[in-house]
Design a protein. Sequence first.
Lengths: 312, 630
Amino acid sequence: MGGRAQTLSDFESVLTEMDTFLNGSDGSGGFEVGNVFLNNVYDTEFEFWSGWAISNKTDVTTPGFTNQYSCIAGSGVNGSSAYAVTFVNQNCLLSTVNAAESGVVNGFYINNSTYTYLSMQDGDAFAKKFGGEEGTDPDFLYVTIKEKGDRDKGDSLNVFLADFRSDNSADDYILDEWTYVDLTIFENVDTLTFEMHSSDVGAFGINTPTYFCMDNMETADMGTTAVEGDLSSQTSQPYLYPNPASTIVRFSEPVSGVEIYDQLGQLIQATDHHARGQSVEQWDLSDLSQGAYRVVLKGRKGEILIKNLIRI
Amino acid sequence: MESNCMLTIQKVLLGLGLLLFSSLATAQADTTALSVDLSEITISDSLPAVEAQGQTLDAALGGFTPLSELLSDRSTVFIKSYGLGSSATISLRGGSASHTQVLWEDIPVTNPMLGVTDLSLLPTQLFSAIRVDSRGSSSSIGSGAISGVISVAGARPSEAGWLSELQLGVGSFGARSVGLTVGQLSVKELDQRQETFSWTMQPYYHRADNDFTYQLVNTARQQMHADYENRGVQVGMDKQLGRSQFSFNYWVQQTDRLLPPTSTQNFSTASQYDFFHRVRVGFRRVGKLGSFKSVVAYFNETNDYSDPERLEYGENNFEKYFHSSTLERAVWAGKFTVKYEGTHIEGQSLSYLENRNTYKQFALYGALEQIIGGLQVAAGLRREWNNIATPPLIPSLRLGNMHPVHHWYLQLSREYRVPTLNELYWTPGGNLELQPELGWNREGGYTYDDQQTRATVSVYDRSVDDWILWIPQDGSFRWSPTNVAEVTSRGWEVSLRHKRNLNNVQLYAEGSHAYVYSVHRSDVPAQSIVSGDQLIYTPRHRARANVGLICGGVALDWNTNYTSGVSGVNDNLDGYVLSDLRLSGKINLLQVLETQMVFTIENIFNQSYRVVERRPMPGRYFQVQWTFKI
């Protein structure tokens, strides 16, 4: 059995100018990039957008609504220029299309928008700064990802964009770096929905600006593609052993890259960039806490394989 | 005489703490009061024999503070204040801020774009008459008077000759003020008719840093970016020639204020600029059988918002043309009134779509007042047409007796409010399909007034349907105003006041309480409203106790207010008690210059409280005002 081909939607081909954005004002109804479709609804009467927009804005300092299209990182993943930004509501939908239709969505990178980040950091006339008046309020902001039609059941994934719930204030954080979100818990994905949850809620709903940014959405194309190489040419699935493991986990065949993520999709360990391209046959787990992890293996020809790992 | 006065003051002060909530004293009645005037004023369009419910406030109690603070301190209305120098609106009898109409020289001054009046922009020192009339008045006044009316009027010379008065003030948090009132009243007798001419001019200036310190749970913080500066001039002229009277009023004011950060905000760079011209010209002629009155007015008002850090700017302006003519004629055992009213408003805003910005209104009002069997019966009917949402017929019926000491009344009236320009035209969200808010008001009251003791009680029951709220629309998260709510407001207002003389000391005491039950009758899920919920920022209880004494030129006044807790947009707020102390003294210098000094301590117990969540309020602070009269 071979691995599936992966398609990366990085939005770089959408925008033709720098420091700009597309919010659906051209009536496109959405953006098809790679094997995903990002929904967009544009109200032509009031010039108001909802759903997804594509942006390459770089402003990381201007607070407020007028800077709603910027990512706090000032760029996409790994310094790329373009990314998607969404104002979370019922129009915030992400669908698989083409070769990935009803297939597997491996994951994507998430980050805060500048608008939301600065609102949580400094507060504004409507939303509180996280931590509250004296920095001790247990505030939080997270996104719940579900498959459409499964709003009340089925798998869901919570991704925190800010978390001030710890008793140790040194652990408080507002996400400002691109962070990988593993979506492989969802099977046969048609459409994903996103809901925002904040501790700052009033009579009119969430006060915190409900935006987040996305980049490098990765899907697995449906069907089997034979690719020469160690991982894909095997007639059996490569595997990790032993699993669960306590100190060392080995790979059934050598790989060129390893990334280890926790259950929240945060990257914990990765192959050192000096070692990339070299074969890796095993991984030292002694610095990992006990628990469940996702291991992303990269084959020598660029194939991606994701495995669950239990560290005991 | 003076030493006896001081001894008496000492005796009274020793027992002052016991009198905080007392409403009785033991001295002869005296109608003279330096600082308190709670006597009723007959509404001009009512029969002279009928006293209307309401409260008249003494502007002198407000000093250099805005009208919002005077109302909050000296009445049982609820003022929703965002802090010193920040905006403040009124909730009267459980209504919203857009349900109380504010009249300046009988002209509505409520902002037609917002539908509310920012009472922090009205300097108390300008007004000689301030009246709170808490009864449904839509029939006679028009839209936006569902809960009642606040009427203000400028100073008028009351005695022939010159009027000149200089006011200087300083206070905590960098407050400093100057105001001048000059005027003249001349009276001539010509061919058995009297000719009078009076004019007044009142320039004023007030600024404050408002950098007070407020308490958090574990720390204290200083308010920042809260400067307030207000300047303007009000001019009034009246000429009476025989039975005809001409009047002219002009008021120009500019207010610049920095908008402070909330308690959960690190900083603010926002500011607000308000500017207006208000011109009024009136004519009145009184004949043997009736009177005719006509008024024209022009308002040009600007409200700009700026936040350079957030790159957010708002520029809002409106022009209002207003005309009304009223004819009153004696009929049978009373009078008949017919009034025509026309309004044209053009609003300008960056958030308005082009060609969607006008409000045109034309209304006819007729009223018949008769005295039947010792009872006064007044029936009124209003018909209004406008270019947006024409309301139905608006009737009112009032019944009352005419006893000078024991007076009661009953009233049934229909009430309404037409949508504001922002509710209609704001982009995004404006809703051209909005209908007027409509309701019925039933109330009654009783007053006992023997000039020494005055007791009032009033009860009301009001229901308003099609109450406008901003909610997200189905299939969209865009918020839009919608006729969605149904509200019932019930309650009572009671007050008891007594004054008398003890030796040469005038003593007075007053207690008042207002209970407001104002709830939604149906769910509004979009705003997390459940049937039975009390409206936000609507306290169930407001209570006030006031005691004081006047001896010679010295007056001492103690005032305590209680406000029960409220639900806010984000948090629930606890109730609070605030107490103020006011000491004033008059001195005549060389029998030419009359000087008065007023020293006020606000929030004397340094209570930490919030009116709006995340909006700090000051602790204890003081004001000193000097007035020089020539």
